[in-house]
Design a protein around this ligand. Sequence first.
Ligand code: ZN
Length: 204
Amino acid sequence: MGESIPLERQVILAPGGYFGATVATGQRVRIVDLEGQQVSDFMSFAREDPREQLSMYSSRAVNSNWRLTAPHQLYSNLVRPMWQIEVDTVGENYCGGGYCNARMNALRYGAPDAPNCETNLEKALAPYGLNRWSFGPDTCFNIFMTYAYEMNGVLEIREPKSGAGDEIILRALMPQIVAISNCPQVRNPVNAGRLKPLRVEILN
Ligand SMILES: [Zn+2]
């Protein structure tokens, strides 16, 4: 399905890399997990006022679902539709929000200086006048991340289920600023212990 859409821009995100772009209504963002088992952290903001941004809370509540995939829509913190998930060949994305960051790495792993998604997202958003305080954990969609909720209350990060060539395509339902972190976390199973490249495409 994605094959037939004209390509506007394509980048290879190196392991641990990041990406920022603006998209118009109707454009699509395609993320391809080139080698498999690589998570990306995805955020977006309304171009007309970036205080309106992706909300995992709104998205879960509107869909009555915590495993959002195609054909769900993702919503903003003002409960307006932001994205149509058109394709998701994995069907496992963590929808509870959050991103790896220096404080969590310090507390969990004693590694405050390890590369992290929060810093990546800050860098991706800086050219658009946004900073660390422009977003929060609720803004972040964890693509291909497996975070298991057990009946006994345990919440556990597990290895991703994606294989080489798995992809997600999101169609923008409003003009947006997009930031993506190719998650650099190796201290838990989130990326199965090895960082891999991703391909990001903007499709018209
Ligand atoms: Zn991360």
